[in-house]
Ligand binder design. Structure first.
Ligand code: FES
Ligand SMILES: [Fe+2]
Length: 475
């Protein structure tokens, strides 16, 4: 490995920082939001090979995908015994089945006779009967029947149970790995696992769910959501109320990094405006149509004592208070201790390799990226997890909507809300040209920002550890 040069660079966007905002919060935010964490990784250019090379994709399939914890399903997709989910990833397929005791098992989704997939989609299962010749297993994976058993006498006494991958249930997420020697999921993830505990994720449900094919590598697509500083050119409509350049980027261990992008505050790129302007623009943007919030917020409807339009955090105080009230009405819980930041901000938490479950009290976004069968495309999945209203039973996940390949996210305006769909379409306007542009580079080398692109470098560094055999640490 190259020696990493001195990288103790503290340069940040001039002006108020996210940590300053935490210090000005109307409540005391949890400690884990204050913790700033960078890792010295140098500033060498990065090769585009991992995004465009079939050899890399093969190395990922062999060395990385089977050796990490993966988000396979939400529990709310499979609440009842016998419910199944088919999880296809990187050429493999797993059949998840809810057991009678509430646990979830994940079988390799292939018949032990001549390999036909046992199921191609989820749904309730009484038993697993292969559609080809009828080998049949019980839902717990034990063999029930072999048709024409006289022809399989040689299997008598042999364990013909379906082989299993490893599953852990965490905060309502069904996590899966093929590697039986990895540490448990929370240990593998590290301290960020505890960041989810305040928000009752186990009791949330998938209330919005779309997938779309993206003509770009899964990593390039994921990385387009790891930094906020593309907002100035890609999402200019957000600058009136998004602290794009105030975003905090933290790198923790090998498998976790995060961006926290403050909301309800002027972008450092916008000069000469005050908190009234922030509120006006945010209302214009959301207008109750945003699938995430449905909030209303004005200084007159939601007065906050001592509101001062000249206070750069003034709009945040109004918005957070409106959020506390709105959520309390909508979901029936008490949000009076929830800090402004946990009500308002964008917590783009990424769990290596392809899973981004945000935190906070808002209905939270969850992204997942599924690699294509060539390096040139992937599936991007977007969900919103909503709190189950107090006293109600957790609803089942809504059905996933697959956006047709030739349609924009706006095709799903009714499901996603037009504002959210538009933001994703703006991102998609770049991605096909990232993929083709990478191939057009003369030297195939990318020059990254030291801080604002640090998550990209961190992600690539961890991936390389898998490809080079440094990870997983436990064999
Ligand atoms: S392949 Fe499944 S029964 Fe023959
Ligand atoms: Fe974006």
């Amino acid at each position: 490995m190259n020696e990493i040069k001195d990288v103790a660079r503290e340069d940040r966007c001039p002006g108020i920082s996210y940590t300053d905002m935490l210090n000005g919060d109307t409540r005391r935010p949890p400690d884990y939001l204050f913790e700033e964490s960078t890792i010295a990784m140098g500033d060498e250019p990065l090769s585009v090979a991992p995004y465009i090379s079939e050899e890399w994709a093969r190395a990922e399939r062999e060395k990385m995908w089977p050796n990490v914890w993966l988000f396979a399903a939400r529990e709310d997709e499979m609440p009842d015994p016998g419910d199944t989910v088919v999880f296809d990833i990187a050429g493999k397929s797993f059949l998840l089945i809810r057991q009678k005791d509430g646990s979830v098992k994940a079988f390799y989704n292939a018949c032990l006779h001549r390999g036909r997939k046992l199921r191609t989609e989820g749904g309730p299962s009484v038993q697993l009967r292969c559609p080809f010749h009828g080998f049949t297993w019980r839902n717990d994976g034990s063999l029930k029947e072999i048709p024409c058993a006289w022809d399989f006498r040689h299997l008598e006494g042999k364990d013909m149970s379906l082989p299993q991958a490893r599953v852990e249930l965490w905060q309502g997420f069904v996590m899966l790995t093929e590697n039986h020697a990895l540490p448990d999921f929370k240990t593998w993830l590290g301290p960020a696992a505890s960041h989810y505990e305040r928000y009752d994720f186990a009791n949330r449900y998938t209330g919005m769910w779309v997938q779309k094919k993206i003509p770009a590598n899964w990593k390039a697509t994921a990385e387009a959501f790891m930094e906020a500083w593309h907002s100035i050119t890609t999402h200019p409509q957000l600058l009136a109320f998004l602290g794009d350049a105030n975003t905090r980027y933290d790198l923790i261990g090998d498998h976790f990094n995060r961006a926290i992008t403050p909301s309800g505050v002027l972008s450092p790129h916008v000069k000469g405006k005050n908190s009234d302007y922030v509120l006006e623009k945010m209302n214009e943007f959301s207008g109750g149509q945003d699938a995430r919030t449905n909030r209303r917020f004005t200084a007159s409807e939601d007065p906050v004592e001592g509101y001062d339009p000249a206070d750069p955090l003034g709009a945040r105080k109004i918005l957070a208070e409106a959020g506390r009230k709105g959520f309390a009405e909508q979901y029936g819980y008490d949000y009076s201790d929830a800090s402004d930041t946990e009500i308002l901000d964008n917590f783009t938490y990424n769990i290596f390799p392809n899973f981004a479950p945000w935190i906070g009290f808002l209905p939270t976004l969850v992204y997942r990226w599924l690699p294509g069968d060539t390096p040139d495309w992937c599936i991007m999945e977007i969900r919103l997890l909503f709190p189950t209203p107090k006293g109600q039973e957790r609803p089942r996940a809504v059905a996933m909507t697959y956006i047709p390949d030739d349609e924009p996210f706006a095709w799903a305006n009714d499901i996603m809300g037009p504002q959210l769909a538009n933001v994703f379409d703006q991102d998609m306007a770049n991605l096909p040209f990232v993929q083709t542009g990478m191939k057009a580079m003369k030297d195939g080398l990318m020059e990254l920002g030291h801080y604002q692109d640090s998550r990209v470098r961190h992600f690539q560094t961890t991936l390389k550890k898998y490809i080079d055999g440094e990870l997983p640490a436990v064999k």
